[in-house]
Design a binder for this molecule. Structure first.
Ligand code: MN
Length: 235
């Protein structure tokens, strides 16, 4: 994984008064992102890179308005709370399942989920996974085709807004799961490998009510299997 926080680094380095510290302090700790304020990570491709599966218009609004709003909201909510010094992943885990922290959880988890979603796709993606991951998929699902069928079915069938995921569970088995709203398998002990956003803002401009068409197109034409393989190897 390359430096996950290049914008943090750039802004930090621009401050002359902190220049001396910049060489001494790691900005991205081994625990993940540095603490708040969080920045909107750059998209790993241009707005039009995923067209025609996902149009530049959808990508522009989704990233530039929706994802950005979660980051901005999080930065308004976190200062002054016990979560102010935690990394993004730590905030997601610390606030999960706590109704009194729902606003922070929702914005932190949506910030994390979207960054993971952008990286779960690439131009010219889809097709078959690298060998080690393909073997793990065969062992867990029986075949790639069976995995593909389950991933499409489970993701498409989420009632309302949410996410479809390929994860490795605590026992090492690969599974497809769906989560509602901002929920994420991060808080369930699983290692996320890939995700598909199935909030209507992810597909409605391009597919209207045809969620299954969007899900199938993402699976077959955009999934970033190298990213999934890296997550499997790292997790
Ligand atoms: Mn979204």
């Amino acid at each position: 994984m390359s430096d996950p926080c290049p914008f943090d680094r750039r802004r930090f380095l621009q401050s002359a008064s902190t220049l001396a510290l910049a060489t001494a302090l790691p900005l991205s700790t081994s625990r993940g992102h540095a603490a708040a304020p969080f920045t909107l990570p750059p998209l790993p491709y241009t707005d039009s890179a995923l067209d025609p599966v996902i149009s530049a218009t959808t990508l522009g609004f989704h990233y530039g308005k929706h994802h950005k709003a979660y980051v901005d909201n999080l930065n308004k909510l976190v200062p002054g709370t016990p979560f102010a010094d935690l990394s993004l992943e730590e905030i997601v885990r610390a606030t999960a399942g706590k109704p009194e922290q729902a606003a922070i959880f929702n914005n932190a988890a949506q910030t994390w989920n979207h960054t993971f979603y952008w990286r779960s796709m690439r131009a010219g993606g889809g097709g078959k996974p690298p060998a080690a991951l393909a073997k793990a998929i065969d062992e867990s699902f029986g075949s790639f085709d069976e995995f593909r069928k389950q991933f499409a079915q489970v993701t498409t069938s989420q009632f309302g807004s949410g996410w479809g995921w390929l994860v490795r569970d605590t026992g090492g088995k690969l599974k497809v799961v769906k989560t509602p709203a901002a929920e994420t398998p991060l808080t369930q002990g699983a290692t996320p490998l890939l995700t598909i956003d199935i909030w209507e803002h992810a597909y409605y401009l391009d597919y209207q009510n045809r969620r299954a068409d969007y899900v199938n197109a993402v699976i077959d034409r955009l999934l970033n299997w190298e990213f999934a393989a890296d997550n499997l190897a790292a997790g």
